[in-house]
Write a protein that binds this ligand. Sequence first.
Ligand SMILES: [Zn+2]
Length: 377
Amino acid sequence: MENSCASSSKGSKGKRLWEKVKYQLVEYHSLPGYLRDNEYILDHYRSEWPLKQIFLSIFSIHNETLNVWTHLIGFFLFLSLTIYTAMKIPKVVERADLHKLQEELLTCLPSLPNMPDLHRLREELKTTLPSLSGWHVTELLYNCLPERFSHVNHTDVCVLRSMKEDLANIIAPLMLRPITRWPFFAFLGGAMFCLLASSTCHLLSCHSERMSYIMLRLDYAGIAALISTSFYPPVYYSFMCNPFFCNLYLGFITLLGISTVLVSLLPVFQTPEFRSIRASLFFGMGVSGVAPILHKLFMFWDQPEALHTTGYEILMGALYGMGALVYATRIPERWMPGKFDIAGHSHQLFHILVVAGAYAHYRAGLVYLKWRDLEGC
Ligand SMILES: [Zn+2]
């Protein structure tokens, strides 16, 4: 009994020691071929670990830790922005619409001869247009036409009815849904997919050749999704009144995105020699966004929102461009191989630049939404 206990404890001790040795970080030269990607990162590689150890390695230090976390934090940032946008933006629209309503009231109501009972009007409006209840119509009317509301006790059923009809007519078009949000949420979805796919790829790729193959493709698909969906808000909101160009640009970028994913499925695309081609394909996809942006500037050169959004788009282009350059050139680790294994190597800089570029694009998207909510088509 004692013996078996002793031997089993000895066995587990040995097993633990073996696992400790087995799951140690290794150097570049001892990696299998498919994991050799960057010869300037010399050490701290995980190599062919089981999935359990790989999942736990998210909390330990190796040369992919910051690659995983930069995009995981980016994912949570965009998740929060999506929730924030979904909750916050419609209120901004409501205020914009209220402003419109106020203007309409000022132009339409002074023709009415007598003062209605405002509280009754408000109650009736509430029952006919329930969504108006939060709109403080009474206060709005007081603010609009103060001199006309000095005799609030006066009641005239006829005037009340006609005013109610007038108001309903004014409000009806404003009760339409605000400018559609799907292009903006498509972009946020594309960004979240890209960041989560990238983070997962960096965490799991070292498991096996097959896993690495699947994960790299997922990563490329994510980048293509981010770039394609980034076109949706600027193209949709710039050309929403011009369906021909809207569909032309959206169709073009969607096709380009799908072809990029398909091309990146080819096995030859994965080899390190294809690094520059890979980078330039994605870079070219981004650069094709110049056409709709110039077109937008040409159409709306006198509108401040067109310049404001273009400013953000130039910033985004600069951040993505720098990211692609750093990715392709492997700066700074090529200058001091082995010094940036854990922190500061090109891929981490690339990740941070991607999140920053996507955030600049989010800010541009907010300007587009505000612009179109106020201006309509
Ligand atoms: Zn990456």
